[in-house]
Design a protein around this ligand. Structure first.
Ligand code: NDP
Length: 504
């Protein structure tokens, strides 16, 4: 069995007898749902080269020409939404409605990126300032060329489309390397794009394991947009450093939820359960840790347990929680639960027995020591920890106490916005959970081990563009200091002016 560059073994039957292909499996049944090529460095280079040529044509279409085509793609995705949702469910095992919901967000973001690209990126005038009054200054955000996108499997359409849609709208060609667990989703996206843009391969896809991703990093693309785990993010950065390829890194999180004494406890409990357990907890911005103020802790825990208890894991259409998509994660989840219990935590719902691969039932742990893996590391399963704190200041201190800083949630009637500002997180939902991801105008990304750079919103468009500054001299100035022909008094006069203007 070979080891992938991600350190992950393409076990779980991904390897096929033919080393140039691999199988994509339904994690609910182990059934093969597709076979895809393992692209090596040469194929990746050829795809990038073709995309580079196509990208020149795409950039030349301008905002209006690209907008027409991106609108057509959006309509096609809406028309065939169930078809793509079926591929997502087959490759991740997630319930059909969760797959559909993911696509609702994809469509909304694609629409926003298309509508706003010109406003955000077009050439604009910039004030030249007092000293340069005889100049016109302009700023324009030009396409980078080819953007390499490397995506994870947990939201195999929504997450990479946060880069793909914005990069395309900004005028770039894209080469996408989907996760080895969800190659069919990547292939579907690229094939449907080619239906509406048949002229040139503007959006290419390369499939395979970590080595294919590494080859994309080395291929000479103009930027890599990576979403995945922190460990792989570091490898991707190191590989990109070899060619000084810029990189956007969206990694994992250990997102906290804070419940204040005046919170709507029913809404907070609902948010903790949905935020922590939807998609079987496999959400980068999912709730993993809860800090609840002592005064309301007992009632809150009761409400959480009551709700979570009703959730049914399984592969049938009506199940609430699908399987754990990546088989090796099951051991991580079990290990986090066991370690917490061994060190004095209480399981108020479920426990180690809830882990029945490939499914994990809902688990709620309380009084979990802060140095446990269940508090410090990404669990990525339908488990939450709930720790009580004397006040919100302590909640904030603990919430901010991990290496991660992706997203956070606050429930407070009177001071939600204030608490949000004190959280070290790229995104915060107040009195709701994960709401920021559904607002296309807001940037998405984290700090610390959660990565850097932003997808979505205006910042997300600018991530895939290079600012070009232009100055144009309109007329001769009275003082011309930047020439050898300047008179001996020119700089002295200029200084007098500067003292008058800035020295007081
Ligand atoms: P991984 O880090 O394992 O993989 C991410 C992608 O990188 C995959 O396509 C993978 O390919 C590829 N890859 C692996 N090794 C290399 C390499 N050496 N060079 C280049 N590419 C490589 O993450 P997962 O797929 O397991 O996704 C889950 C993680 O993603 C979680 O930590 C989650 O929090 C995070 N995530 C973050 C989000 C965010 O926006 N911040 C959103 C969604 C998820 P292959 O699969 O073939 O190995």
């Amino acid at each position: 069995m070979t080891q992938t560059a991600s350190g992950r073994t393409p076990a779980s039957g991904h390897e096929s007898a033919d080393a140039t292909q691999f199988a994509s499996l339904d994690p609910r049944t182990g059934e093969v749902v597709g076979r895809h090529p393992v692209h090596g460095p040469d194929e990746v280079a050829a795809t990038v080269e073709a995309a580079r040529e196509a990208g020149r044509w795409w950039a030349g279409l301008g905002f209006a020409g690209r907008g027409e085509r991106l609108d057509a793609w959006r309509k096609l995705i809406v028309e065939r939404l169930d078809e793509l949702a079926t591929v997502i469910s087959a490759e991740t095992g997630k319930p059909a409605d969760d797959a559909r919901l993911e696509l609702v967000l994809v469509v909304d973001h694609l629409h926003w990126a298309t509508r706003n690209a010109e406003r955000v990126l077009r050439r604009r005038r910039v004030s030249p300032g007092m000293l340069m009054y005889n100049f016109a200054a302009t700023l324009e955000y030009q396409p980078l060329g080819v953007v390499g996108v490397i995506g994870p499997w947990n939201y195999p359409a929504f997450t990479p489309m946060g880069s793909i849609a914005y990069a395309l709208a900004a005028g770039n060609a894209v080469v996408f390397k989907p996760s080895e667990y969800t190659p069919g989703v990547g292939a579907w996206l690229a094939a449907t794009f080619a239906e509406v843009v048949p002229e040139h391969p503007v959006f290419g896809v390369v499939t395979g394991f970590g080595e294919t991703g590494a080859a994309l990093c080395r291929s000479g693309v103009d930027k890599v947009a990576f979403t995945g785990s922190t460990a792989t993010g570091k490898r991707v950065m190191a590989t990109c450093a070899e060619t000084l390829t810029p990189v956007l890194v969206e990694c994992g999180g250990k997102d906290p939820l804070i419940v204040d004494a005046d919170a709507d406890l029913h809404a907070a409990a609902e948010a903790a359960v949905w935020g922590g357990m939807s998609n079987a907890g496999q959400t980068c911005v999912g709730v993993e840790r809860v800090y609840v103020v002592d005064a309301v802790a007992d009632r809150f825990v009761d409400l959480v347990v009551k709700r979570a208890k009703a959730l049914r894991p399984g592969g049938e259409p009506g199940a609430d929680l699908g399987p754990i998509t990546m088989p090796s994660q099951v051991d991580v989840i079990r290990g986090h639960i066991q370690d917490a219990l061994d060190r004095g935590a209480r399981a108020v719902l479920g426990g180690v027995d809830s882990v029945r691969s490939p499914y994990v039932g809902p688990v709620v742990l309380t009084d979990v020591p802060e140095d446990c893996a269940a508090i410090r590391d990404e669990t990525f399963g339908p488990t939450i920890t709930i720790n009580r704190v004397p006040d919100v200041d302590e909640a904030l201190r603990l919430a901010n106490g991990t290496r991660y800083g992706l997203a956070a949630t606050v429930f407070s009637r009177s001071r939600g916005a204030d608490l949000a500002r004190r959280l070290r997180a790229g995104m915060v939902s107040v009195n709701s959970v994960i709401a920021f991801a559904a607002v296309p105008g807001l940037p998405f990304g984290g700090v610390g081990d959660s990565g850097f750079g932003r997808i979505h919103g205006e910042d997300g468009l600018r991530e895939f563009a290079r600012p070009q500054a232009v100055t144009r001299r309109r007329f001769r100035a009275v003082l011309e200091p930047m020439t050898f022909a300047r008179g001996s008094r020119t700089v002295r006069r200029l200084l007098r002016l500067v003292r008058l203007r800035y020295g007081r």
